[in-house]
Design a protein around this ligand. Structure first.
Ligand code: HEM
Length: 459
């Protein structure tokens, strides 16, 4: 025991908490009533590196990580460096740049501030329902992708800088969508050039095209920035851009890149969940009718976010869609900035860490019959308290999705109004294929919906 506990695992073992580990007890005798302070003192001492400590708690070899840099960094590759102007953004910046930015953006996404943005969401939902009603008159097959993407893009544009796709006179928004698609393709986890060094020149080949497209998007957002500072009132921010300008007045480039981050991360993701929702509605008509009945009881012809607490089944269905098809199944890759050991596994520095959200959501230990679409699993009393660690569609920890509340709200308000107004059935008469197509996010194969307007007179 003495020999085992005092040998080194590698040259890069973390600093030891004690000079000598005793047989059987290790360093337990040195642990005070406030162990975290003892660890902190040791790691911050002159011989410590401020990051990690090792010790034996009895027979358990233990690593204490004290530096969030180790776990909160994103994995970097050449494509993301090019796209983000040397990681000068929120999505991929390093801890020290990321932390203050994240604080600003998180404060902008707090529930109270989002509440003031609810009107924008409700307006765009009303617009979506009207467009679907117009479309329904044509009796054509409804392919949801285009309208749902337009809706989520409009919500994000409104919330970030009070714009909408209707302002799209010069096609710049289409340019942004095209650039985003190219950026996502270029930085995807399955792009070989990002991982095989000798393939790096292939990135340089695509570099000029993408930088040119990116330049156009940046200059569009810079124009909006310039418009914003002319008539902006720091006491009454109109949108997220105003909040960023107040908090970050010196850093124009960074503000513009954060706006780009939010556009990139915020439109396709929510739209994909709405598309999956539509698919499960046509495949599970009983579930759809149960939602419709719950919504009818509200006695309204327009659902808003105040209705959310009274529609637990609708929320359970949304959670089940996010469980069974988490649209970013491997999250956004993180990286380990130091050699480390977690759960007994040695993890070398610079390892890319992929969080397999899909696998967590399909683990039969936590989710009986995980392949079965069953919203009732979120209707039990324990489901409201027990699912924090195992239901992680928005990632986990401090670097999780900054806009999860906003995303849930915008999806809820759209899907509940859709089911209140329409009965959705499969355009082919058979269930739609629910196997997923993987990019950075997962989508279903295109499927058609037959839209039938529901009778709201009995409301
Ligand atoms: C259903 C919709 C959405 C899902 C499932 C989703 C999921 C995720 C996931 C899994 C991550 C990585 C988290 C991690 O590393 O632990 C992430 C990060 C992020 N998401 Fe979302 N997201 C959604 C909607 C949105 C929206 C609407 C926005 C903005 C308007 C947004 C902005 C971001 C940003 C900026 C990050 C990076 C956060 C950081 O690095 O600090 N997301 N999202």
């Amino acid at each position: 025991s003495f020999v085992d506990k005092n040998k080194r695992f590698s040259k890069k073992d973390p600093k030891r908490f004690s000079k000598i580990e005793w047989p059987f007890i290790g360093s337990i005798h040195k642990i005070t009533k406030i162990p975290y302070r003892a660890y902190n003192d040791a790691v911050m001492s002159e011989s410590g590196d401020g990051k990690m400590l090792s010790l034996w708690l009895g027979d358990r070899y233990t690593i204490v990580v004290s530096d969030p840099v180790i776990i909160n960094n994103r994995y970097k590759h050449e494509s993301s460096r090019l796209i983000t102007g040397n990681y000068n953004n929120l999505l991929s910046s390093d801890f020290h740049k990321w932390k203050p930015l994240r604080a600003i953006v998180s404060s902008a996404f707090t529930k109270s501030k989002i509440r003031s943005m609810n009107n924008k969401m409700e307006d765009h939902t009303a617009h979506l329902i009207e467009s679907m009603k117009d479309f329904q008159k044509s009796k054509l097959i409804f392919y949801p992708e285009k309208m749902f993407k337009k809706y989520t893009m409009n919500v994000v544009l409104a919330i970030i800088f009070s714009k909408s796709l209707e302002d799209n006179n010069d096609g710049i928004i289409n340019q942004i969508i095209l650039t985003f698609n190219n950026m996502l393709r270029m930085s995807s986890q399955s792009t070989i050039e990002n991982y095989v060094k000798i393939m790096k020149p292939l990135i340089l080949r695509k570099r000029n095209t993408i930088l040119l497209q990116l330049d156009k998007c940046m200059s569009y957002i810079r124009d909006i920035y310039n418009e914003h500072i002319v008539d902006f009132d720091p006491e009454n921010p109109r949108d997220l851009f105003d909040i960023l300008i107040v908090e970050n007045p010196e850093e124009v480039d960074k503000t513009i890149r954060v706006a780009l981050d939010l556009l990139l991360a915020g439109s396709d993701t929510s739209a994909s969940i709405m598309i999956w929702f539509g698919l499960y509605m046509i495949n599970y008509p009983d579930v759809q009718e149960k939602i419709a009945n719950e919504l009818k009881k509200l006695n309204t012809n327009k659902i808003n976010l105040m209705h959310k607490p009274n529609t637990p089944y609708t929320m359970a269905v949304l959670k089940e869609v996010l469980r069974i098809r988490p649209i970013t199944p491997l999250g956004l890759s993180r990286t380990c900035y130091e050699d480390t050991e977690i759960c007994g596994y040695f993890i070398p520095k610079r390892t890319q860490i992929l969080m397999n959200i899909f696998s967590v959501h399909h683990n039969p230990k936590y989710w009986p019959n995980p392949e079965e679409f069953n919203p009732d699993r979120f209707m039990t009393e324990e489901s409201t308290t027990n699912y924090h660690d195992i239901w992680i569609p928005f990632g986990t920890g401090p670097r999780n999705c900054v806009a999860s509340n906003l995303a849930i709200d915008e999806i809820y308000i759209a899907i509940s109004n859709i089911i209140l107004n329409f009965k959705l059935t499969s355009s082919t008469g058979s269930p739609a294929d629910d196997t997923e197509v993987y990019g950075t996010t997962i989508h279903p194969k295109p499927y058609g919906i037959h839209l039938e307007q529901r009778n709201l007179n009995n409301n």
